[in-house]
Write a protein that binds this ligand. Structure first.
Ligand code: ATP
Ligand code: MG
Length: 507
């Protein structure tokens, strides 16, 4: 199950990453094709070629202008005369004038076949923009000279523009002439690499996170199986606070509640069995008690003999019988009271008022036993869902036990404290505590004190705490002995609350 889950998570991640990428590859490929269709076509090629031709024509024009100028100078009378002169200086002078007359000229050179040439270079101010030189040569018949060579300078901008346009046109031609779909395929290859990298990354990431997630879910599944098998003590570590963490927390809460209600149901079942027994016992014992009592009285009354020793014995014996019958009657009424515990009917009750009522009805404990009773009501109005009469019975039982324990112990200032307050937590609940500073309960008795008939008292029935627990459970609450470091014994009762209600008076 776990395996399949992490495979699923990885697959999901891969699909999530690759699907939009794949779609974008498709869309971009189509966009590329259509833009290539727009850019790579005959009309564009023709325009480009025409532009290039214009540049060429312009350059041609410049060149032929230079050629004309060179021709004109080569054919001039002035140069012919100068060349005929025997000394070179005259030729040089003529060339210098030629250079000076044409601002485009960089240098001019007359060359003779037997060697010997005259060359004149222009002396110009530098920094007139970038220039490109153009060298032209022409055959002449000027004295000993057979050729004239002139270097002209022209603005470099047009030449560079022409070269650049030429390069662009070449690239363009390569594009058009390349194999069909060449660009498309290159694009797909690059995108393919991107896709592969994204896929590898998402798989690595997916495996990592899926392992983590699956491990947590596996733990939860194992715990669920344990719960299904009846073990309600399992709890799972919620881990990080995310959805799975929340799920685990609510699982823990649910199992906790299941455990509480199972204990509750088991206890109530056990109590109900005990109640059944108590009912039968009470019935069996109660019926013969009255005839026994009457018979004993009759025996005493009807004896009119004169044996004083026998009369005294008879008197003592009937007294014992009457006393024991009285004890048995008290026991049977306790049994039947336990057997016939009324049904709990909780209602919304102000906890402060309820404690006031208890204080009034339990005042006799302090009066008779010399015990100090301390009552601590909640400061703000707190409401509980409780059955007044039954819950008073619980408080009565707890206070009675405390008073009995204090009477035995002879502590310096015997005190019973009853306090009630709202309980902090997720659910609205209230807490009632009954504490005394008596001898406390021996640890070995802790597990048994709530069992019916468990008592350490000669006159006790051991039903008090069992009745308390049954009543509290029927309220949907909990009761336990708080075995903290405090002296004496403290019993804690937690009851459900309807939450804060407005308009109630409380004290
Ligand atoms: N406050 C207390 N201090 C010390 N021991 C206590 C206290 N409350 C209960 N116990 C112990 O728990 C036992 C069970 O109490 P429970 O009220 O169920 O029965 P009981 O008091 O013995 O009998 P009954 O309630 O019929 O008089 C007591 O016998 C006593 O040993
Ligand atoms: Mg008791």
């Amino acid at each position: 199950m776990t395996r399949r889950l992490d495979v699923k998570i990885v697959l999901m991640l891969v699909v999530t990453v690759l699907a939009p990428l794949g779609v974008s590859v498709f869309l971009v490929a189509r966009a590329l094709d259509s833009s290539l269709g727009l850019g790579v076509n005959r009309a564009i090629a023709t325009h480009m070629q025409q532009g290039l031709e214009l540049y060429r024509l312009y350059i041609e024009g410049v060149r032929s202008g230079f050629e004309t100028r060179l021709g004109r100078s080569a054919d001039s009378h002035e140069l012919a005369e100068a060349a005929a002169a025997p000394d070179e200086t005259t030729v040089r002078g003529a060339l210098e004038r030629f250079v000076a007359s044409d601002p485009s000229l960089v240098s001019v050179r007359l060359a003779a076949p037997e060697g010997g040439a005259v060359e004149v270079e222009a002396v110009r101010m530098p920094g007139q923009g970038r220039r490109r030189t153009l060298s032209l040569e022409r055959a002449v018949a000027l004295g000993p000279y057979t050729s004239i060579e002139a270097v002209f300078g022209a603005d470099a901008g047009v030449f560079e523009a022409y070269e650049k346009a030429g390069q662009e046109f070449d690239t363009y031609k390569a594009l058009v002439k390349g194999p069909p779909g060449y660009l498309h395929n290159r694009f797909v290859a690059v995108y393919g690499i991107i896709l592969a990298v994204a896929m590898a990354l998402s798989i690595v990431l997916g495996v990592f996170s899926a392992r983590r997630m699956a491990r947590r879910i596996h733990r939860l599944a194992a715990a669920t199986a344990a719960v299904a098998g009846g073990d309600l003590s399992v709890r799972v570590d919620p881990g990080p606070r995310d959805e799975v963490g929340e799920l685990v927390e609510s699982f823990n809460g649910m199992v906790g509640e299941l455990e509480v209600s199972r204990t509750r149901i088991e206890y109530l079942q056990k109590i109900s069995a005990w109640q059944d027994m108590a009912r039968r016992l009470a019935h069996e014992i109660k019926n013969p008690l009255t005839p026994i009592h009457l018979a004993a009285q009759q025996l005493k009354e009807k004896y009119d003999g004169s044996n004083p020793a026998f009369a005294r014995l008879l008197n003592q014996s009937t007294q014992v019988i009457e006393e024991e019958v009285a004890t048995l009657q008290r026991l049977t009424s306790a049994f039947s009271a336990f057997a016939k515990l009324p049904e709990v009917r909780p209602e919304v009750v102000s906890l402060g008022e309820f404690l006031e009522e208890c204080e009034a009805s339990l005042a006799h404990f302090s009066a008779e036993g010399g015990v100090r009773m301390a009552w601590s009501r909640p400061e703000r109005p707190v409401y509980a869902l409780l059955d007044r009469m039954m819950m008073k019975r619980v408080i009565d039982n707890l206070v009675r036990n405390a008073a009995e324990a204090l009477k035995e112990s002879h502590v310096p200032s015997p005190t019973i404290t009853v306090s009630a307050e709202r309980r902090g937590g997720k659910r609205p609940e209230v807490e009632i505590r009954v504490a005394d500073n008596g001898p406390g309960i021996r640890p070995e008795h802790h597990p048994s004190i709530f069992d019916p008939y468990f008592t350490t008292k000669s006159e006790g029935t051991g039903l008090g705490l069992a009745i308390c627990k049954k009543i509290v459970f029927e309220h949907g609450g909990r009761i336990w002995l708080d075995d903290g470091p405090r002296e004496g014994a403290t019993f804690v009762i937690v009851l459900p609350s309807p939450g804060a209600k407005k308009g109630g008076k409380d004290g």
